[in-house]
Design a protein around this ligand. Structure first.
Ligand SMILES: CC(C)(COP(=O)(O)OP(=O)(O)OC[C@H]1O[C@@H](n2cnc3c(N)ncnc32)[C@H](O)[C@@H]1OP(=O)(O)O)[C@@H](O)C(=O)NCCC(=O)NCCS
Length: 385
């Protein structure tokens, strides 16, 4: 049996229309555009409207990713939603997304790994594909932290924004897609980035609300130190694991939390400025959504292309971190006709001559036809941009 790789074949993002600028924040707390930009690299961030929820952003990003991938929701094998800010504690937001997409009976789960959630989810999806369990997996990183931010606390409210990004991973025989990954966690730093209320430790009461435990608390200095220490190392490790060197990486797409942290990680592994993708100035820290949003923009701007090798690194609450090396390949392998989700009825399989003479050849012809159409679509896409 040939190797199964998980290639990124579709991508989409959703960023709310409302922009919250540093000047707007100057009117809310004692801060300045100069301080925020100098310390973080952020100029503005997006905030959802009161009528939008996490699921709405996730669904919008997912629809675009499925359209680009040319994969129907019902042909997905799995949906993973990475978020720390779901619509509800239960049911999982992943089921809301699965239902809204029309992905009937498709397995779905929500994965919580702070800002590293998207890279954790990507790695998980890759495992399902490599092991032969699924052919197509939808991975979404989405965050709506503005509902958990205290807009009187200048040390946190200047950092976070809302948004969603999604990718479709598809099985491929080409050695591409997620080539290596590194996951890490250090729970000893849990209190440095925490939403203390609302869980089992501090269930919501009038007291927890009065104490402001329902909003995000952060020890910025500690998180900064942890990130500066860990992500350069994780990056170097994941590149080595892929059997590559930093020269082989075409584009570095880091979690957009702080420009100074990004630059120090890039310096640690020796990435020149032109290899770093940065959009923190326009979105702030969108947590689990930050890498997929940046990835989509990199594709849209032609900074990431077919054939490129990308490096992702993220860190956040937990404390946790994750890194991955991803090669973007042409989509060449046809989705096998009569895929396991659409099994041949038992009565056809039982009647072997019909299976051999009609079903299998028909499957091969349709598979080839599908591969031809996919190649043509990719050719058009390439020649359009
Ligand atoms: C939050 C962060 C930008 C603060 O920058 P910093 O250089 O570490 O600043 P400090 O926290 O040491 O604060 C320096 C001073 O600025 C003040 N300050 C904090 N926030 C401010 C703001 N928004 N505007 C103006 N002054 C501010 C502090 O009160 C402090 O004042 P003091 O010296 O009088 O006590 C930085 O620590 C950071 O980005 N940490 C990582 C956070 C992160 O990435 N979190 C998400 C992880 S996914």
């Amino acid at each position: 049996m040939s190797e199964r790789y998980a290639n990124i074949v579709g991508w989409g993002k959703y960023t709310p229309e409302q922009v919250l600028t540093n000047a707007d924040l100057e009117r809310l707390v004692e801060t300045s555009d100069e301080w925020i930009f100098k310390r973080t690299g952020i100029r503005e961030r997006r905030i959802v409207s009161p009528t939008e929820n996490t699921s709405d952003m996730a669904i919008a990003a997912a629809r675009d990713a499925l359209a680009i991938a040319d994969v129907r929701a019902r042909d997905l094998g799995l949906i993973i939603v990475a978020t720390s800010s779901p619509d509800y504690l239960t049911p999982p937001v992943s089921s809301q997304v699965q239902h809204a997409l029309g992905a009937r009976d498709v397995g779905a789960f929500t994965l919580v790994a702070g800002c590293a959630g998207f890279v954790y989810a990507l790695t998980t999806a890759q495992q399902y594909i490599a092991n032969g369990v699924c052919d197509n997996v939808l991975v979404i990183g989405v965050e709506l932290l503005s509902r958990f931010v205290d807009y009187t606390d200048r040390s946190t409210c200047v950092l976070f924004g809302d948004g969603a990004g999604a990718v479709v991973l598809q099985v491929s025989n080409e050695p591409a897609g997620v080539l290596s990954s590194v996951l890490g966690s250090d729970g000893s730093g849990a209190e440095h980035l925490i939403l203390p209320g609302g869980g089992t430790a501090n269930p919501p009461t009038h007291e927890t609300i009065d104490q402001g435990l329902h909003t995000l608390k952060m020890n910025g200095n500690q998180v900064f130190r942890f990130a500066s220490r860990i992500i350069g190392k994780a990056l170097r490790q994941v590149i080595q694991q892929a059997g590559l060197t930093s020269d082989d990486i075409d584009l570095f797409i880091p979690h957009q939390a702080n420009l100074r942290i990004i630059e120090s990680a890039a310096k640690y592994v020796g990435f020149p400025e032109e290899k770093i993708f940065i959009n923190i100035d326009r979105y702030g820290n969108t947590s689990a959504a930050s890498i997929p949003i940046a990835l989509v923009e990199a594709f849209e701007q032609g900074r990431a292309k077919v054939g490129d090798t990308l490096a992702f690194v993220a860190f956040g609450a937990g404390l946790s971190w994750a890194a991955a090396v991803v090669k973007v390949a042409e989509r060449v392998k046809p989705i096998p006709f009569l895929h396991s989700r659409r099994k041949t009825p038992a009565w056809i399989s039982a009647f072997n001559p019909l299976n051999t003479v009609v079903v299998k050849p028909l499957g091969t012809v349709l598979g080839l036809l599908q591969a031809g159409i996919q190649r043509l679509t990719s050719w058009f896409r390439r020649n359009q941009s």
